[in-house]
Design a binder for this molecule. Structure first.
Ligand code: APR
Ligand code: MG
Ligand code: MG
Length: 196
């Protein structure tokens, strides 16, 4: 386990900690951009109320609900669909850097869930129509471009140069690598180009 990370059980044993759960929903796709650039995978993130990119999810109270039930509840509000999340979808838990807005330590729990392309489209439709948080806490869902274009500066490199909430950027990068959604060489190029 990497430094700063906690097991799910250790995280839940922290008395007085606040907990937030977020999920990366993704699918495979055969679609091609402009009929020639393979999109390969749809990875969903959201533009938040604070202007930062992040994953869907939010604050959970483990004394009233399991982490996964709390995450499902947040997804109903933010995406407008009831998506079951299970313990098997859990990837890691870690202490968030302390913020001035609360003295209580925040632990962030991250989940990943693979779906069918049609289910992802339904999530996008509901998030933009029936979701109660649409236009308020969530300004819109966005797909992460995983390809490179314009000599390497465009696509993933441009996306990674935006601003992200908490450790959402590293959660995205780590997941792209561990799920092999982009190769390590492609990711290194995108990271180098995102700094230009
Ligand atoms: N990594 C680390 N921290 C994160 C991440 C992330 N990837 N994503 C969100 N956070 C932090 C946020 O900064 C926030 O403090 O987790 C906390 C809860 O996440 P939200 O998704 O913002 O919570 P939500 O329950 O959906 O929103 C409720 O929380 O952000 C506040 O006041 C804001 O009204 C909002 C309330
Ligand atoms: Mg929320
Ligand atoms: Mg949220």
């Amino acid at each position: 386990m990497a430094s700063g990370q906690l097991s799910r059980a250790e995280a839940l044993a922290c008395a007085g900690c606040r907990h937030a759960c977020h999920v990366m929903l993704y699918c495979d796709t055969r679609t091609q951009l402009f009929g020639r650039i393979p999109i390969r995978h749809v990875v969903l993130m959201q533009m938040r109320f604070d202007g930062l990119l992040g994953f869907p999810g939010g604050l959970v109270n483990p004394s009233e609900e399991t982490l996964e039930a709390g995450l499902s509840r947040e997804l109903s509000e933010e995406l407008g669909v009831a998506l079951p999340i299970s313990v098997e979808d859990h990837v890691d838990s870690c202490h968030a850097p302390s913020s001035s807005s609360s003295s209580r330590q925040l632990i962030t729990h991250f989940y990943v869930k693979k779906m069918e392309e049609e289910q992802i489209r339904e999530v996008e439709k509901a998030a933009a129509s029936t979701a109660t948080d649409h236009g308020q806490e969530v300004l819109g869902m966005v797909r992460v471009p995983l390809y490179a274009m314009q000599g390497g500066d465009g696509g993933l490199a441009s996306f990674l140069s935006h601003s992200f909430i908490g450790n959402a950027r590293s959660q995205l990068i780590d997941s792209l690598l561990s799920l092999n959604l982009v190769s390590s060489a492609e990711l290194q190029k995108a990271l180098a180009n995102s700094l230009k």
